[in-house]
Design a protein around this ligand. Structure first.
Ligand code: ZN
Length: 224
């Protein structure tokens, strides 16, 4: 499959009882072939936001990306994922079998979970110092790495807990963090990937909405 980079993103519109997703709004409906005329706002095209962002532009965030390749490229839904934490200026700290890395590129297409609420200036000011000091700990030397029990996720979560502790807040275990913050995002991402791959293959992707008429918002079902 030719990787397709939707510069303008994905658009969605309704026509003839279907939800149509595509790279742009065509002159004719890809489902019924009729000229597209919108009768009212609910039929007007809207853009579908991508769940992926450039991690280097997100400060103080937890990032997730495939260990190899990209979500919209080689990722098959099962390959290994890698996580990292950003500094206040987009440097991504991450841990693997060769130790701690601080990188300026490579995390351009990620899922990002913000870790600092707006307005927490005190924490923002100390963030980089915390991150650097934490990462220098001997727990993150290369020989301590273990694929299952002491990996990139262990590092990121331990850092998050270190920050929580410094603020006098309760720690989070792996399951809690994953369920509350990671799974909602990966669910959105996997639906977007499905959509993206269908569009890359067939240009347009249509979903029958006639049997979902009672549902208040079909998009919620598809993209949330
Ligand atoms: Zn149509």
């Amino acid at each position: 499959m030719q990787p397709w980079e939707p510069a303008g993103g994905v658009v969605r519109f309704r026509h003839c009882g279907k939800l149509v997703f595509g790279p742009h709004v065509p002159a004719h409906c890809p489902a019924c072939g009729r000229h597209l005329l919108y009768r009212g706002l609910e039929q007007a095209p809207v853009s579908v936001p991508s769940p992926f962002v450039n991690g280097h532009t997100r400060r103080c965030a937890f990032l997730l990306r495939p260990t190899a390749g990209t979500f919209l490229g080689e990722y098959d839904g099962k390959s290994d994922l890698h996580v990292g934490i950003t500094s206040t200026n987009g440097l991504v700290y991450n841990y693997n079998e060769t130790g701690i890395h601080r990188v300026e590129f490579g995390w351009e297409q990620c899922i990002s979970i913000p870790l600092v609420q707006p307005g927490m200036y005190g924490l923002l000011q100390r963030w980089d110092k915390y991150l650097e000091e934490f990462s220098a700990g001997e727990a993150w030397l290369p020989h301590r790495y273990d694929e299952h029990n002491h990996n990139c996720y262990t590092y990121a979560l331990a850092f998050i807990n270190c920050v929580l502790a410094a603020q006098g807040k309760q720690q989070m275990d792996k399951n809690e963090f994953t369920e509350r913050f990671v799974i909602p995002q990966t669910r959105k991402a996997s639906k977007y990937i499905t959509l993206y791959q269908a569009i890359a293959e067939n240009c347009f992707y249509t979903v029958d909405i006639s049997d979902q008429e009672n549902d208040a918002c079909e998009e919620d079902k598809l993209l949330n």
